[in-house]
Write a protein that binds this ligand. Structure first.
Ligand code: DNO
Ligand code: MN
Length: 402
């Protein structure tokens, strides 16, 4: 398994030099400054590559950009509106440029409007550090009383809606503002400049798009890009919905094994693959992560290893991001399944035998607490996660680091 690390570019508070000390083997990055729908030019890709290849003192880092996360799919493509055909063409051109630059793994997601959703970005956990958290009652309070989405009240169980009403009545204005900001933060690139009115406008556009229609748009998109990826030797891998249940009345189509299977079969090419994110998928008690790795493993091109702890029964539910080995997912069993998949690939002589993984999010611990990075992407919390995962891999007997 290849030990990778997400890097947001030169503005990332965690530098290339820092990740070298964490023992990282490869880098996951994206051109966050290019507007969604536009082409990633060969020049812009080359700039990011050279930033990754160079240490602060100008010497070579010895690591390279190996995985793209994400090459974003535009809202127009998801809704099949406006310039969506041009956006699909741009997507294809970007894939060609990435391949020409030697990058073969491309992660993306197909979540309408939202990317990920949390109500707390710095929730204090038992050891004194902080983690990201989703509180269902807070979220309902946001949806019903802050966003005032039509029909929101009816989309929660009665006891959740009642608890949300009570909590909202007692909520300080500062917390209301923070809650709105935290939820909106997960909107792609929207943290600073999305107003509640913008969110309402985005949601309204999904009025007639139900699950089936969104899936058919997804399959249309894949029918265009996956054959090209296959031809180029690029492995596309779709990140699951986070959290893996519907929110804000929006359809969700990549939350379960059955949903993944449907989409994989609809465009049945190896290039149409999966980012298996155990933190996202693991929030559902009916998702068996080691089993999914075993059954869908052939198509798993990228792994996000992190853990979550459910705080209630049923779905939807509250949850927080736990330490990597301490949540509801049996991480050791999942890694064992991934190593078995690698062994099968090696035996078959596949060039993609080594599956890239990253520790995904980490908790904020020690100096992370005073050196705020991108939410979920602190240096020390992720290093701790990576070190624990590396320990499991070594313990299972498949190569520690030399
Ligand atoms: C959460 C993160 C996601 C991910 C994007 C990929 O689990 O890994 O924010 O980066 O959804 O498109
Ligand atoms: Mn993930």
């Amino acid at each position: 398994m290849r030990q990778t690390w997400r890097w947001f570019g030169p503005n990332d508070r965690v530098s290339v030099d820092d990740m070298l000390q964490a023992g990282v083997e490869g880098v996951v990055s994206a051109l966050h400054h290019v507007p969604t729908g536009e082409v990633w030019t060969a020049e812009a890709i080359a700039v990011r590559q050279s930033e990754i290849a160079t240490r602060r003192d100008g010497s070579p880092s010895g690591i390279a950009w190996e995985v793209v996360e994400s090459l974003p799919v535009s809202e127009e493509i998801k809704k099949q509106t406006g310039a969506f055909r041009a956006h699909v063409e741009s997507y294809k051109t970007s894939l060609k440029h990435l391949k020409a630059a030697g990058i073969e793994v491309v992660c993306y997601n197909f979540m309408p409007v939202l990317d990920w959703t949390r109500t707390d970005l710095a929730y204090r956990v038992h050891h004194g550090g902080t983690a990201m958290r989703f509180d269902l009652v807070d979220f309902a309070a946001f949806d019903i009383f802050i966003l005032e989405r039509p029909g929101a009240g009816e989309s929660f169980l009665e006891d959740v809606a009642a608890a949300a009403e009570k909590r909202f009545a007692e909520m300080q204005d500062a917390r209301k503002a923070e809650l709105a900001k935290n939820v909106v933060f997960g909107l792609p690139g929207a943290a600073e400049h999305f107003t509640l009115a913008d969110v309402r406008a985005h949601l309204a556009e999904y009025g007639a798009i139900d699950e089936d229609r969104l899936r058919s748009h997804f399959v249309d998109f894949l029918s265009e890009v996956a054959p090209l990826a296959e031809e180029l030797g690029i492995r596309l891998c779709c990140h699951p919905d986070d959290p893996p249940f519907p929110l804000l009345g929006l359809p969700r189509i990549m939350s379960t094994e059955a949903q993944y299977r449907t989409v994989m079969e609809a465009v049945d090419l190896p290039a149409n693959g999966i980012t298996l994110c155990s933190g996202s998928l693991g929030v559902r008690p009916d998702n068996d992560l080691p089993g999914m790795m075993e059954r869908l493993g052939d198509r798993v091109h990228f792994l996000h290893l992190r853990n979550t702890r459910r705080e209630g029964d049923g779905l939807p539910c509250s949850f927080h991001e736990a330490e990597h080995l301490a949540g509801d997912t049996d991480m050791v069993a999942l890694i064992a399944a991934a190593l078995n998949e690698e062994a099968r690939r090696k035996a078959a002589g596949r060039p993609d035998a080594s599956i890239p993984f990253r520790p995904d999010h980490g908790q904020d611990i020690l100096d992370d607490l005073s050196r705020k990075a991108q939410p979920g992407y602190p240096a020390i919390g992720r290093l701790k996660g990576l070190a624990e995962l590396r320990g499991v891999i070594a313990g299972l007997g498949y190569g520690g680091r030399p």
